[in-house]
Design a protein around this ligand. Structure first.
Ligand code: IPE
Ligand code: IPE
Ligand code: MG
Length: 240
């Protein structure tokens, strides 16, 4: 069965997990798994663009991932720089707009420069928006939103009655995006690991056993097909 064209999720978010295990299975160091994960990022981006998904949010580095061995962290940072350089022409060719969420100022200067450059060179693209979550966590996002709202309250730009789901959403890093429709995690673990929290309130969750470096178009299609089988009720009773 192929995915139906009339029910494509607008916003897909993926926890790209399993790189370390992929490398370990081959007797390699974890970083080889990360390196081979770049091909899967390309496959996910191209498939999402082809299917007509509007937003693809990829969890690349969590707030908690800073606690990994220093060598792994620095290798991930250089891999990011290399991948951006390499993928930039393809993103532009495919009309993909690149953006990030997360604590970008906490990233190395070199990474920040590359991110700014690719955001700038792809900002006019009108197809898929590729959102890479870097030094991101759902709780970080919520804490930030609370701080911004508190400041606006103190400055009397906002009244307490104006604090509601809409205004909170507008202060999150995903302010410009719709809520997540389809949430995918590869690697077989069934948990959310502090990825988008507020934004997945009514997402359909799909957990796939495939390790991230092996993720390809067929896995994406499988997740979308699963999404299309689900009945989204949003707490209501659907008419018979
Ligand atoms: C996900 O793969 C990539 C990042 C967190 C950067 P992991 O590195 O977590 O791989 P496993 O889960 O240990 O296999
Ligand atoms: C989540 O995976 C973070 C990313 C994929 C970037 P982790 O491997 O860090 O999460 P846990 O440790 O399994 O919860
Ligand atoms: Mg992991």
């Amino acid at each position: 069965m192929a995915a139906q064209q009339n029910n494509i999720p607008q916003h897909v978010a993926i926890i790209m997990d399993g790189n370390g295990r992929w490398a370990k299975q081959r007797g390699l160091q974890r970083i080889f798994g990360h390196r081979n994960g770049v091909e899967a990022v390309r496959a996910a981006t191209e498939t999402a663009a082809k299917m007509g998904v509007k937003y693809l949010t990829l969890y690349a580095f969590s707030t908690e991932n800073w606690a990994r061995p220093q060598l792994e962290v620095s290798s991930l940072m250089s891999l990011l720089v290399d991948a951006i350089e390499k993928e930039e022409p393809t993103l532009n060719k495919n009309n993909v707009r690149f953006t990030t969420i997360g604590n970008v100022p906490s990233l190395p200067e070199k990474v920040q420069q590359k991110l700014a450059a690719i955001e700038c060179s792809t900002q006019k693209n009108t197809g898929l928006t590729l959102v890479v979550a870097l030094s991101y966590s759902g709780r970080w996002d919520i804490v930030n939103a609370v701080k911004k709202i508190a400041n606006s309250l103190i400055a009397k730009e906002l009244e307490i009655e104006d604090v509601n789901e809409i205004s909170i959403s507008k202060h999150l890093s995903t302010a410009q995006m719709p809520d997540v429709d389809l949430f995918i995690r590869t690697g077989g673990d069934v948990r959310v690991s502090n990825f988008l929290l507020w934004q997945i309130a009514y997402s359909e969750l799909v957990f796939l056993p495939v390790l991230w470096p092996d993720f390809r178009e067929k896995h994406f299609a499988e997740a979308v097909e699963e999404f299309q089988k689900r009945e989204r009720r949003f707490g209501k009773v659907l008419e018979e």
